[in-house]
Design a protein around this ligand. Structure first.
Ligand code: DX5
Ligand code: ZN
Length: 230
């Protein structure tokens, strides 16, 4: 189904207090915790890896929605599975050759496979993965260049979400979005970027700086949910 999943990006949390930040988000209504894994190679930033997921897993049973911005996702499947990751979303740009093997291994480790694409990558590139014998179960349409939180939403990426939703009515489609605590727009495009993303067909909403930067993060989470649920 296409239930709303609100996933605060822990990239904008205080990494030194990750467990309490995670619990705070869950108590405020988050469905998933979005974990940004970066290798300093696929993207020009370095964050956390399997050891930190393993540590966090000891403090929560929540769905850990792991977004792997790494050049060699295959190397991460075993460690992430052992660490207790729930979702394993890799980038299509680095998985052209081996995505079938990758998806099978992710599933064998008990994780839910997803594929992400950068703003400049055509949507057609993920079709084979959604339609494959071992299909991915989520498509993450990036609305900023991967690597950093707090960037400006790219509305032109919404066309990809629209096309994808039309083609796959029940697929989980994740979008990274921005919305400020007061519900105003980031970039001046309509009532709010989450509404644009939700009406295009995104049902899983990743929001980092807008949630963690708000004085009332719980209000932002419920606003995001309302936008998806209509
Ligand atoms: C960017 C990450 C996103 C990011 C979202 O590389 O994949 O998850 O943290 O954060 P905001 O909402 O601040 O853009
Ligand atoms: Zn992410």
């Amino acid at each position: 189904g296409v239930a709303a999943k609100i996933a605060p990006s822990m990239l904008s949390s205080d990494f030194a207090n990750l467990a309490s930040e995670a619990k705070r988000m869950l108590s405020l209504g988050a469905d998933w915790l979005h974990m940004d894994i970066m290798d300093g190679h696929f993207v020009p930033n370095l964050t956390i890896g399997a050891p930190v997921i393993e540590s966090l897993r000891k403090h929560t049973t929540a769905y850990l929605d792991c977004h792997l911005m790494v050049t060699n996702p295959l190397d991460y499947v075993d460690p992430m599975g052992k660490a207790g990751a729930s979702g394993f979303t890799f980038h299509v740009e680095v998985s052209k050759e081996n995505w079938q093997e990758l998806v099978q291994k992710i599933k064998a480790k008990g994780m839910r496979p997803g594929v992400a694409l950068k703003p400049g990558t055509p949507i057609e590139e993920v079709y084979p993965l959604v339609e494959g014998e071992h299909p991915v179960e989520m498509v993450l349409v990036m609305t900023v260049e991967p690597g950093f939180g707090g960037q400006k939403f790219m509305p032109e990426t919404m066309e990809k979400v629209r096309v994808l939703r039309k083609k796959y009515p029940s697929l989980d489609i994740e979008g990274i979005t921005h919305i400020y605590g007061n519900g105003q727009v980031d970039g001046g495009l309509g009532p709010s970027t989450v509404d644009v993303a939700a009406s295009a067909g995104a049902n899983c909403i990743v929001a980092g700086s807008s949630v963690f930067g708000a004085s009332e993060p719980g209000q932002v989470i419920s606003l995001l949910r309302k936008s998806v649920q209509g």
